[in-house]
Design a protein around this ligand. Sequence first.
Ligand SMILES: [Fe+2]
Length: 554
Amino acid sequence: MPVIASLPSPADAEKRKAYFEKIRKQYAYQYSYNETFATVIKVPEAESAGCAYQFAMLKNLSGIIPSLPRLLWTQIKQWLQRPITGYQEYLFFGLKSFPDTRFIENFQSDEYFGLQRVIGINHVTLHRATLENPLPDNLDLVRVKDRFSEVVSGVSFDEALKTGRFYYVDYHMLQGLVDHPGEYKGRKQYVTAPILLLYRQDTGVLQPVAIQLNQQKAAADNPVFMPMDGLAWVAAKLYAQVADVNYQEFISHATRIHYLMESFIIATHWELYKTHPIFVLLKPHLRYTLSVNAHDLFLKNKKGVPGDFGAQLAGDYDSMVALMSEAFKTYDFQAAALPVDLKARHLDENPELFYPYAEEGRKIWEMTQKFVRDYVNLYYVDDAAVSADTEVQAWARKMSAHEDGMRIKNFPSSFSTREALAQAVGQIIFTASAHHSSVHYPQYLFSGFTPAMPFAAYAPAPTSLGCNLLTEKYLLDALPLRQPSMTQALIFYLTNFRMQLLGQDNLESKAQPIIETYRQELKQLSEELNTAMPRRAYPYVYLNPETIPNTVMV
Ligand SMILES: [Fe+2]
């Protein structure tokens, strides 16, 4: 039965006080990752995943049953320490386990490299170059200008720049990993902090133009690679992919979604009573995340062994922790609002680009904002009612406070209007649902086949255009070995399932029409996307509401 929600009143103050004393012990927290952000000390019993979750996970896992003979053979080869002889050996669960087998067959192509910048696991790093937002200073353009016509015909470099056809991705935040490389089982890891330059074709799809693997401009050992460079270009794209997955796992996925949500969850339980309207609204969006985060994929356990991500992604342990700490400190709640984020990346008025996060992402953002606004207006008669709500004010303080709070930069420290409250709550729901879906669910396709996106490289990146050390075998030997590759594939396979979808929960009768309208709007968008699918540049599904879970459940 849906909960009957009510705002705090003096009549139930004692009851609420006793509740908070109990719940705050359950959701006790510490500051982790160089004492930067809050994580629960122990996952409360109420947050354990439960039978339905376990069943859904097992059902997903059963998909690998047909691959058992292949896995057994892989294990035997691992015991015999047989060398890897080709990329097909990385298909641990078979080619057909991937939703797009064409990608696996063409994983080194420019087409899929360009596509991944908009539909891949880390699309949030893409920027458009404009007059106000020039290309990164560190990118050396001398060779690019000289050879651009060999990559794109009929347009000059200056014309492409002037007409806003250039896009870039700058991975400078990874410099700490580059400076402090890690190792995995005795093999030294390699990662770079590249800058990518891409050109928007008439089809709206991005074409890679140049890759500079390191931040130092115009260094002799830091050339700008371009598509005419043969195997060196293939290698440059491989190292760019390594950077992309490290950026995604450490920054844009783990820290800025999973652990950010953990902070939202702690503050919500600490400050909002279980029948508070905002708690009731948010509750379905806060499920499962604490137990998922507790799998400790990063930090060392009691025996001093780091989790699989901490060990296998590039960079040593301290640089990984420092990067996640930095990722949280530089997260800005106001700047992360979808319209603000798109504007800052100069992608807000750019319908020519095929970028589903800007297209359907914005529609879902607006629908969610409207839904939450209607909901807030139902429970708060005016702005004064928001100001008078002691719990929602304490919640805002808890989210934003540094000393004893969640330290979320630019989360409002108080709310004086219904609009501001609705905006913040809507953003939390969007982060837990559509935003997470868009970076999490492409993982198995784009990073479940290790040669396409390894967690780390195990040979130095090319440092010259005519590097004669570069051979197909060199590139194969630069990949992780069988065991870490199988772990990488398995993690992404196991986390590729969904449960409750966005907008499918029920509310008390007076609020039910509001969520039903939201549900209807999401359904309509879903139908529009399904109809438009054959006409689009790529059959993208991760922001189709019929695939978006309402919470960070994996
Ligand atoms: Fe996730």
